[in-house]
Write a protein that binds this ligand. Structure first.
Ligand code: ATP
Ligand code: MG
Length: 553
């Protein structure tokens, strides 16, 4: 339970504080209402943290409700992944999972009530006609010729709709509100349509399905929701939300409050677009580590705490904006800097032979798992042949290059000082081996060797290292706002994934558990892939913010 001091403040919490103080509500009841038509993304995390966070801080309740009124686009796999993601983020819903489809009988009853009151009618206009009758933002609409059918006739027609006696698209049930309203959503909106499709929860029981606007407010009211928090695009729909609840026999009147969606640079957040990437094979799946989905971020190495922290930092407002990717990355970097053990890995190896080191000697050096925090130690085998990063060696270099240079010294991290004596090249002039000598008196953190060794580089034993696949990731799109492009797929970054098949890792990493994060020293943060059978690491984030550089380029 968060203490009061650490609670976020925002305009929604201010409203709740007021409602509790005035006695309008004795406690809070929120809900997170995803449509099971895709995996959850980081934008949903914002809504999850808001809704479940309020329940935690105010000792209230929060439901998980599947808004499942669109059976053709929905799938039980999505239902499952959503539950998994909410739990992984660290939240628990109140009681059983709710489904809007649980209320289909009641919703039908409320539709009948509206018909009986002369507030809903079955309309036979074709979609084209209906569009024409609807009018525009500047012109009022026209009444449908079916608007004044008697309640008795409408009841019979609606019954027939339910019994499958009409074809799909032949007619709809509309609320009778106001064809001249300045709110388009109030111009006799459709509340029921015919769909002969199987539903993942209700099977073939129904061939008519309620529309979102009709379903959502009633579901909220049936569950006793006090504050129905949704994103800004539903601002106008609030009129319909309130109209429905005012015109049916239901007591609870939840208050709808809108906040701005999260938009994140260099990615897309619409489930339709994310689905396109999956279907067209532009990513490996919904949980591809480049995806902004919760499952993708998880596989990439993000922790639940880092995502919750991100949601806290971005806050809740009514202002539409674009959040920089650097902000999300800073959250996981801060988390892993503190919590991830250190390890050594060489991604682009070049061999070193330490000529004065015995060929069959294996020295077990111990290395701290964290530079400042108590996190224990691990053993590092040192042998005559080791690998270092190819870019950590130069034949010649100026003083700024604090790594290994021919004829000069460098310290091997957690080990000795070595000196590069000579090199061997292949016919093409590529360095194949660097021959070095080491100084046996230089082991330890603060050796009393008095030597001014400029740099420290990472390494692994050539004979005792393990091999692993390491996946290096870059932004998935080349432009800050891919959604604004005519065809967002053309803005994909073709270099968003680089696979290093045989990276050389220190042997302790063999025991890494799936999703465990490490700092590969001097390289960045990596996490063991949770899907691959073999040893695979995903790059989570670099050691420094590389986005600032991209903006300026
Ligand atoms: P999409 O447009 O990606 O399909 P959606 O809004 O249709 O998203 P839902 O499954 O209906 O997705 O969303 C469930 C809840 O999450 C809703 O309350 C919605 O307002 C909220 N939500 C969705 N996307 C975002 C976002 N980018 N930022 C904040 N909240 C979001
Ligand atoms: Mg939606």
């Amino acid at each position: 339970m968060a203490d009061t001091e650490n609670r976020p403040t925002n305009f929604i919490r201010n409203i709740i504080d007021g409602d509790l103080a005035s006695g309008k509500h004795a406690s809070t009841h929120t809900r997170f209402p995803p449509e099971p038509n895709g995996f959850l993304h980081i934008g949903h995390a914002k809504s999850i943290c808001l809704n479940f966070g309020i329940a935690q801080d105010y000792k209230g309740l929060c439901n998980l409700r599947f808004d499942d009124t669109n059976p053709e686009k929905e799938d039980i796999d999505y239902v499952n992944s959503i539950q998994e993601d909410v739990k992984w983020l660290g939240f628990e819903w109140d009681g059983e999972i709710c489904y809007s489809s649980n209320y289909f009988d009641k919703l039908y009853g409320y539709a009948v009530e509206l018909i009986e009151k002369g507030l809903a009618y079955v309309c036979f206009l074709s979609p084209e006609q209906a569009r024409e009758y609807r009018g525009t933002l500047t012109e009022p609409g026209k009444n449908s010729p079916h608007r004044d059918t008697s309640p008795e006739e409408n009841l019979a027609l609606f019954e027939k709709m339910k019994n499958g006696e009409f074809k799909e698209g032949e007619c709809v049930l509309r609320a009778k509100i106001d064809m001249a309203s300045s709110f388009m959503v109030l111009r006799d909106p459709i509340i029921y349509r015919i769909r002969f499709v199987h539903h993942h929860q209700t099977g073939d029981k129904w061939c008519i399905y309620p529309m979102y606007d009709f379903t959502h407010c009633i579901s909220d009211a049936l569950e006793g929701i006090t504050h129905s928090l949704c994103t800004l695009e539903f601002q106008d729909n609030r009129r319909l939300y309130d109209w429905v609840l005012e015109n049916i026999s239901i007591e609870c009147q939840p208050q709808q409050i809108e906040f701005s969606r999260l938009n994140l640079e260099y990615t897309v957040m619409s489930k339709r677009k994310l689905n396109d990437l999956v279907v067209n094979g532009q990513v490996e799946g919904w949980d591809d580590p480049r995806m902004p989905t919760i499952a993708g971020l998880r596989r990439r190495g993000y922790t639940p705490a880092s995502i919750r922290e991100f949601c806290k930092r971005i806050g809740i407002t009514k202002q539409d904006n674009m959040v920089e990717m650097g902000m999300l990355e800073a959250c996981i970097r801060d988390d892993l800097n503190e919590n991830a053990p250190r390890a050594m890995a060489v991604l682009d190896p070049v061999k070193i032979v330490i000529e004065n080191y015995d060929a069959d000697k294996v020295e077990m050096l111990s290395a701290p798992n964290h530079p400042t925090l108590e996190m224990g130690e691990r053993e590092l085998p040192l042998t005559r042949e080791i690998f270092i990063e190819r870019e950590d060696f130069r034949v010649e270099a100026n003083k700024k290059f604090k790594r290994l240079v021919l004829g000069k010294e460098v310290r091997l991290r957690n080990a000795y000082v070595i000196k590069a004596e000579r090199i061997e090249e292949d016919d093409a002039g590529n360095i194949t081996t660097i021959y070095c000598t080491y100084d046996a008196d230089t082991l330890g953190k603060n050796p009393a060797d008095g030597r001014k060794v400029k740099g420290v580089i990472h390494w692994v034993s050539a004979s005792h290292c393990i091999e692993a696949e390491v996946r290096q990731y870059d932004r998935l799109f080349n432009v800050p706002n891919p959604a604004a492009a005519e065809d967002f797929a053309t803005t994909l970054n073709p270099e968003s994934l680089v696979v290093i098949a045989n990276a050389k890792l220190e042997p302790s990493l063999e025991k890494a558990s799936p999703e465990q994060g490490f700092q590969f020293e001097r390289l960045g943060y990596y996490s063991r892939d949770n899907k691959s059978q073999s040893l695979t690491f995903n790059q989570t984030v670099g050691l420094r913010d590389s986005w600032a550089k991209i903006e300026k380029a």
